[in-house]
Design a protein around this ligand. Structure first.
Ligand code: SF4
Ligand code: F3S
Length: 329
């Protein structure tokens, strides 16, 4: 497809999704929507096609599609429980087709498969705990590489720059999570306008205040995306932190289960399926160490290897206890 003058074909398929990614993409301002539909041959995209029902799903069987001459864009996670029957995406010759069947069928044919948004890329909100539909990321139901363009929703320019890159240059360099490096190389934090405040240890304490929101739960330090320089909605400065909120880590595979609660400075350790609070862990470790010291001491006393010096012990306990209490508070 690369290097040809014919516009590449695109099938945009929504699975278990809120459709936020196509809505976001249709809000594109650069390129315009008009340019987008001129530069790509959109075979199927429920939000912008005129056809309905089986007239629309005929696009899945086009000869170009059978030849693999198209880019498959999937938004949403793919339900795998109940044989995938919690997401019927259409009907062909009277037969209902599940998202799982269609993603696997078209995914095996397509020149490239692109996951648009958090759910398709890593599972996202539609695979969040308790995940009754057994939703999975697209890469987990296909036996081939998938280009992940996460975000909740995806920034229109992330997904469109990826599509234009495929059209003009071919496969971009991907990071180990399958994300194009040219979009997701740096952390949000490293390009944030409040980085100098972070480094100076100056933080805002309440939402609505302007400044570094690290203590309010900002996940910018562990999230890779170019939001501080990319912006949203044709605004030259609008992104989560610049409008006095936080980064909730929507482009990372940990989103949302492992970054929630969003508006909380997290000290928790997430070891699937449990979250362990580090303060509790520290208390547990301290108690365990104390119990160890106690057992060791008792053993020595019982075996007569040390003689009890009650006076010294009492003095030691008097100094140690207030310090311990303070630390464990
Ligand atoms: Fe980093 Fe967030 Fe603070 Fe910006 S607001 S410097 S991204 S912690
Ligand atoms: Fe998402 Fe954080 Fe950007 S929440 S949109 S990666 S600032």
């Amino acid at each position: 497809m690369s290097g040809t003058s014919a516009p590449p074909g695109v099938i945009w398929l929504g699975t278990n999704t809120c459709d936020g990614n196509i809505i976001s993409t249709l809000n594109t301002y650069e390129p315009s929507l008009q340019k987008l539909v001129q530069d790509f041959d959109i075979y199927y995209a429920a939000f912008i096609m005129a056809a309905e029902g089986e007239k629309a799903t005929e696009a899945w069987r086009l000869p170009q599609v059978q030849r693999g001459d198209f880019i498959l864009v999937v938004e949403g996670s793919v339900p795998t429980a109940y044989q995938g029957k919690t997401a019927i995406v259409g009907q062909v010759q009277g037969q209902k087709v599940t998202a799982l069947e269609l993603v696997q069928e078209l995914g095996a044919l397509a020149r490239w498969v692109v996951a648009a948004g958090a759910c398709a890329s890593f599972g996202g909100p539609y695979s969040a705990h308790p995940n009754p539909t057994g939703g999975k990321a697209v890469s987990k139901v296909l036996d081939r590489p998938v280009i992940n363009v996460p975000g909740c929703p995806v920034n229109p320019r992330w997904i469109l720059e990826t599509l234009y890159y495929l059209k003009e240059k071919g496969t971009p360099d991907l990071d180990p999570l399958g994300r194009p490096r040219f979009l997701f190389r740096d952390t949000v934090h490293s390009r944030c306008q409040y980085l100098p405040l972070f480094e100076a240890g100056v933080f805002v304490r309440e939402l609505g205040q302007q400044g570094c929101t690290y203590l309010l739960g900002c996940k910018g330090p562990s999230t890779r995306a170019d939001c501080p320089v990319r912006f949203w909605n044709d605004e030259k400065s609008a992104w989560n932190v610049s409008v006095n909120s936080i980064c909730i880590g929507c482009t990372s595979p940990e989103f949302p289960d492992q970054v929630a609660p969003f508006f909380k400075h997290e000290t928790d350790l997430y070891i699937k399926p449990r979250r362990i609070n580090l303060d509790t862990l520290a208390l547990g470790t301290a108690l365990f160490t104390l119990a160890g010291i106690g057992a060791h001491l008792t053993g020595k006393l019982l075996t007569g290897r040390i003689k009890p010096n009650v006076k010294a012990l009492g003095k030691g306990a008097k100094t140690l206890l207030p310090t311990l209490k303070k630390k464990l508070r």
